[in-house]
Design a protein around this ligand. Structure first.
Ligand code: HEM
Length: 199
């Protein structure tokens, strides 16, 4: 057990194996859908989607609830531990989780048969407006991550070297857009969860 838990890679593999064993058990007991058609793939991609979404929004909330509010309490000589080590690692998982969430979400919508209807907010057929609103909010958030937050963070963290005033401006822009995504996160989740459970 120690060999599994002391390695992150092995822990993640063990978690996936455990999920597969549980799924096999649920199938054999007949307590889950046993038709491996389109519904199964929508289920599998929804699982991937929610897992990636948890990673993305979890890190967004880590930045906003933990890292940013506490930076001022860290002595200047210790700040590089965050800026040079923790933040770049967190931003790696943050932006790629955002990408996997977007792609898997679009695949789920396609498999559910409402991708275009949702993106048109149900204006043509009346179908899937709730998830459509959520998808557009999340697409704006994804855009902010890849085209505003990450380029500005690269300057703020010194991955891209710029003048001190440009660096300070980039840090503020990244922070404000990160805050914008935090603002959008709860309305977005309202729609994500609403489609299946309140729509
Ligand atoms: C980035 C663009 C996104 C797209 C295109 C998208 C798309 C979708 C779609 C199509 C569904 C299925 C709705 C249904 O028919 O039940 C869904 C569900 C869901 N999404 Fe997203 N989503 C996105 C972002 C996110 C994010 C950032 C999160 C954060 C965790 C998230 C969390 C969820 C949750 C929790 C569900 C509900 C699953 C269920 O109730 O079965 N989504 N999303």
């Amino acid at each position: 057990m120690g060999a599994i838990l002391s390695s992150l890679r092995n822990t993640v593999i063990a978690s996936i194996v455990l999920a597969l064993v549980l799924f096999g058990l649920m199938v054999s007991l007949g307590i889950t859908n046993t038709e491996f058609g389109m519904a199964f793939w929508a289920y599998a991609f929804r699982l991937l989607h929610v897992a990636a979404g948890v990673m993305w929004i979890g890190l967004l909330w880590y930045f906003n609830f933990v890292q940013i509010p506490n930076m001022g309490k860290i002595p200047d000589e210790q700040k590089p531990a965050i800026g040079k080590v923790i933040a770049p690692a967190a931003l790696f998982y943050f932006r790629w989780a955002a990408m996997v969430t977007l792609i898997s979400g679009l695949i789920v919508a396609y498999l559910q048969g409402y991708l275009v209807d949702a993106l048109l907010l149900g204006s043509q057929t009346g179908a899937a407006p709730v998830i459509g609103i959520g998808m557009w909010i999340a697409i704006i958030m994804w855009f902010n991550v890849w085209f505003v937050i990450w380029p500005n963070q690269k300057k703020a963290l010194g991955i891209v070297v710029v003048e001190a005033d440009v660096k300070a401006k980039a840090a503020r822009t990244a922070m404000l857009f990160s805050r914008t995504n935090t603002l959008l996160s709860i309305p977005m989740l309202l729609c994500m969860v609403g489609q299946s459970h309140m729509g």
